[in-house]
Design a protein around this ligand. Sequence first.
Ligand SMILES: Nc1ncnc2c1ncn2[C@@H]1O[C@H](COP(=O)(O)OP(=O)(O)O)[C@@H](O)[C@H]1O
Ligand SMILES: [Mg+2]
Length: 446
Amino acid sequence: MRIRLWPGSLAARTALVLLLGLATVQVAGLTIHALDRMDVQRLGQARDIAVRVVGLYRTLALTDPARREAVLAELHRGPDLVPTLSASPPNVDLPEMPIPEQRLLRVNMNLVPLGGPQLRWRELVIYGGHFTRRAVIGMLLPDGQWLNVKAELEPLRPWHSPDFLVAFVLMTAAAAGLTLWAVRRLTAPVRTLAEAAEALGRDVNAPPLPENGPTEVAVAAVAFNTMAARIRRFVEDRTELLTAIGHDLRTPITRLKLRAEFVEDEEQRGKILADLEELEAMVSATLAFGRDARTTEQVTHLDLAELLRTILDEAGDANPEVLDKLNYEGPAHLTVQARSLSLKRVFVNLVANAVNYGGSAMVRLVNPDHRMVVVEVEDDGPGIAPGELDRVFEPFHRGEPSRNRETGGVGLGLPIARNIMRAHGGDVVIANRPAGGAKATVTLPV
Ligand SMILES: Nc1ncnc2c1ncn2[C@@H]1O[C@H](COP(=O)(O)OP(=O)(O)O)[C@@H](O)[C@H]1O
Ligand SMILES: [Mg+2]
């Protein structure tokens, strides 16, 4: 319930506050206008009744008392005034007129010119008011007879023409529309910033934000772009450092290899040379990694299902003995946005691990929702020792102590795979299956 009353988004909240403010102002404005209008009407009615009633009075005061009834019947007086001649003041069941209205009518009656002082009424009583929509006025004529007038008061209307309300509603709707539009426009940069941050998470080389618009937005965009540039430079520096170290290690390794040839003990020489080979392989892998990281491959649309099947086919060609243990399960086609060479490297590594350490590979492509694609690579091998699970992602960490040429790499396969997937905004995790064997789960946002 609370969620419905107080919306979550900044745009909706701002719009709600502004619309509430607008509504308050409109209601207050309408009330002030209506009250003022009603006051003016009250004044106008008092003046109108005063003129007409005093007119009647003056005519009758100037008429011979015996002829008054006849004259009164002849006088034009309008349907809303009922005058009677009586020996007594008006006998009414109406409340005393509210003081301000009584005063209003009395003042107005006194303002109407009467003629000579002998014409002035000897007594004046007023009952009723706008609340009862009736007024009764009694005037004692100079000779002792009472002229009592009942007046119907027109209801007070807060606005005059029906067009007023239509115009008012139209104006309010226009203001509300304008408010919604302005709020959407003003909060758009927040969305853009969030999207840019999201894009930067997937790709450090994402294009910069446009640095225009209102000052605050431009300042935020500049700050964001500066931050992105710093992150990019940081990543580049690290990669460059890595490559430089790898590069500089090559020469001493070559020199050592030459020197090792002079070791007399054959067994020792063999061991030294094997170690140096291993070192060289590590350096080469490091350099390859640095090279990959520096080539900024473009993100393209690619068919992930197709890619996975191709990798399995290639793995089957390379290892004919496990050909019947390589399986793909999932849709025939699924388009994702990614860097195709990098993604290929990830799955080649994972499938190679499954084949080399598990003797089989089951690749499953699932698309659990419209935001994430999940690929699982499973095998039926021995799995990974629980203590090793965290460490397999460390660079150069291998389950096997020797850097065996047959089982592939130097221990950079998983760290590189994770690196690539995280650069795509996804991830790789590895776990043991309850049924035995290991399972690598790759997530990729679409
Ligand atoms: N499917 C798997 N089954 C068992 N062990 C695995 C599996 N995948 C990876 N490992 C272990 O994780 C280590 C690191 O893997 P990786 O980073 O690909 O390096 P490499 O394959 O070059 O040894 C491997 O040496 C292996 O011990
Ligand atoms: Mg590997």
